[in-house]
Design a protein around this ligand. Structure first.
Ligand code: PLP
Length: 452
C-alpha cells in the first residue's frame, strides 16, 4: 500500500510505474518512451510540463467528439451513480436506448444490436453470425485491411501485423480490393479499377466455390491501410455478387462509423446496405469500451427460436451504453456529422492539396470528412513508398523523424507505414485544422529530404 493516492503521483512516478509494469500493445517494450499524459480537452491533450499537443489522430481514431465532452462525461457519471453495472440478459434503460439510437442511424433494416467491448470482438461475432446463418465456413477479406487483433479478426486482416500470428486460419481467403493510386489491377482510371476489381472478385468466388463461402468482409473505406475511398459502383457491385451467391456481406465500420467520414456511416456515401455492420470507437467517442454488430432482420430471425451461441460478460455495459446515448444525442443535436463533412470538403482537403503542391514527398492526398491520408513517396513518378511495406515500416527513420518533427511543434500525428493520416475529432475547428496543417508544412521538409 502506498500513502499517495493515484492522483498525487508525479510524472516521474507515473512513468516509472509504466516502465516497470505496463506491457504496451504493438510495441517493443524496451524501445518505447510513453508520454505521461496529464489531461485532455477538445482537440488537445497535454503532459505534466504543460506541453500541449493538437491531436490529429483522435487517439486511435475514436474521439469523434473530442476529449472530455461535458455531456458524455456527465452521462457516465449519472449512470455510475444510478446503476454502474448490470449483467447482459436484462432490459436495462441505457442499453436498450443505445441500441435503438444506433439502429435508427444504421442503413437499411439493421435493427438488432449485439454489443461487444470493442471492434475486434464485433468482427469475431459478425463472422460467427454469418457462419451459423449460412451453415458455411469460408470468409473472404481484402489485402490492405485491418479488422482487429483477436484470433479470427487478425487472420482476416491484410496488414503486416497479421504475419507473425497467422497460423493459416482455416477458411480465411484474401482478395484485392480497389486502390486506384497503387492499383493491383494495373488500371489507369477509377472506372477501370472498379470493373477489374469486381471481375477479380467474381473470379475468386468462382474458384473458391461460392456455396462454401459464409461471408465477405470489407471496411467500407479501408482505414489503417490507407483511407482508400472505393470507386463509385464497387460496393454496390460487391453487394450484388453477395446477393447472387447467398453470401453474408459484412461492412466493418469500426473506424468509419459515427460521423468520421461526414455521414453517420460510410456506407451512406455509396447507398449500400450490408447484412451485418460492425462498429466501435466513435459510437461513444471511446469514453468507455464499446463495440457491436448491427444485424439485419433476416439474420436476427435465424436466432429467433435457436439460441445464439456467443456472448460476453460485459455485453451492453451500462456505462458504455450511457456514453453512447450521450454521444449520439450530442452528434444529432449539434450536427457533428455535417460539421465533419464540411471541415473535410472546405478546410482539410484543400489544405492538404496545397501541401501536396509544395512538397515532393507527398504522392497523394485522399479522404473525406475528418478522415484523410497523406501518402509519402520517394519518387512521385514511380510512386515508390517512402518506407517499405513491412511490419517495421512505421518505425523506419523517415517516418520516425517526421513524427518527432510534428511532436516537437505540438502536433500529435497518426503515422502508419509510409503515411500520415489526418483524423482529428469530428468537432475540430477551422483554426485548429490550420494550426495542424502549418505544422505538417514544416514537418514535411523532413520527408522531402528523402526524395530521390
Ligand atoms: N476494424 C477496424 C476497421 C478497425 O479500424 C479496428 C481498429 O482500429 C478494428 C476493427 C479493431 O477494433 P478494436 O481495436 O476496438 O478491437
Amino acid at each position: 500500500a502506498t500513502a499517495r493516492t493515484r492522483r498525487e503521483r508525479t510524472a516521474e512516478q507515473i512513468t516509472a510505474d509504466d516502465r516497470a509494469h505496463v506491457f504496451h500493445p504493438w510495441a517493443a517494450q524496451d524501445l518505447i518512451a510513453p508520454l505521461a499524459v496529464a489531461g485532455a480537452q477538445g482537440s488537445y491533450f497535454w503532459d505534466h510540463d504543460a506541453n500541449r499537443y493538437l491531436d490529429f489522430s483522435s487517439g486511435l481514431v475514436f474521439t469523434n467528439l473530442g476529449y472530455q465532452h461535458p455531456a458524455v462525461v456527465a452521462a457516465v457519471q449519472e449512470q455510475a451513480a444510478r446503476l454502474a453495472t448490470f449483467a447482459p440478459g436484462f432490459a436495462v434503460e441505457a442499453r436498450s436506448q443505445a441500441a435503438r439510437l444506433i439502429a435508427e442511424r444504421t442503413p437499411g433494416e439493421l435493427n438488432r444490436i449485439l454489443f461487444t467491448n470493442g471492434g475486434a470482438e464485433a468482427v469475431e461475432n459478425a463472422v460467427r453470425l454469418a457462419r451459423l446463418h449460412t451453415g458455411r465456413h469460408k470468409v473472404l477479406s481484402a489485402y490492405r485491411s485491418y479488422h482487429g487483433a483477436t484470433g479470427t479478426a487478425i487472420n482476416l486482416t491484410g496488414d503486416p501485423r497479421r504475419w507473425p500470428s497467422d497460423q493459416g486460419t482455416a477458411g480465411a481467403v484474401r482478395f484485392w480490393a480497389p486502390f486506384p493510386y497503387r492499383s493491383p489491377f494495373h488500371s489507369d482510371s477509377a472506372e477501370q479499377e472498379c470493373e477489374r476489381a469486381l471481375q477479380h472478385l467474381d473470379d475468386t468466388l468462382a474458384f473458391e466455390g461460392p456455396s462454401t463461402i459464409a461471408a465477405l468482409i470489407l471496411e467500407t473505406i479501408p482505414g489503417t491501410a490507407g483511407i482508400m475511398v472505393p470507386p463509385a459502383g464497387y460496393l454496390a457491385g460487391v453487394r450484388e455478387l453477395c446477393d447472387r451467391h447467398g453470401i453474408v456481406f459484412i461492412l466493418d465500420e469500426v473506424m468509419t462509423g459515427f460521423g468520421r467520414t461526414g455521414a453517420w456511416f460510410a456506407a451512406d456515401h455509396f447507398g449500400v446496405v450490408p447484412d451485418l455492420l460492425t462498429f466501435a470507437k466513435g459510437v461513444n467517442s471511446g469514453y468507455v469500451p464499446l463495440g457491436g454488430v448491427a444485424i439485419s432482420e433476416e439474420i436476427a430471425a435465424t436466432f429467433g427460436r435457436r439460441p445464439y451461441p456467443g456472448g460476453l460478460t460485459y455485453s451492453g455495459h451500462p456505462l458504455a451504453c450511457a456514453a453512447a446515448v450521450a454521444t449520439i444525442e450530442v452528434m444529432s443535436a449539434q450536427d457533428v456529422v455535417g460539421r465533419a463533412r464540411r471541415i473535410g470538403a472546405e478546410v482539410i482537403g484543400p489544405g492538404l492539396r496545397a501541401l501536396a503542391e509544395r512538397h515532393p514527398s507527398v504522392g497523394e492526398v485522399r479522404g473525406l470528412g475528418a478522415f484523410w491520408a497523406v501518402e509519402l513517396v520517394r519518387d512521385r513518378a514511380s510512386r515508390d513508398p517512402l518506407v517499405p511495406y513491412n511490419a517495421t515500416g512505421t518505425a523506419a527513420a523517415p517516418m520516425a523523424r517526421f513524427t518527432s518533427a510534428c511532436r516537437e511543434r505540438g502536433l500529435w500525428p497518426f503515422v502508419h507505414m509510409n503515411r500520415t493520416h489526418v483524423v482529428p475529432p469530428c468537432t475540430v475547428t477551422e483554426a485548429e485544422v490550420k494550426e495542424g496543417l502549418a505544422v505538417l508544412d514544416e514537418a514535411l521538409a523532413v520527408t522531402d529530404a528523402y526524395v530521390v
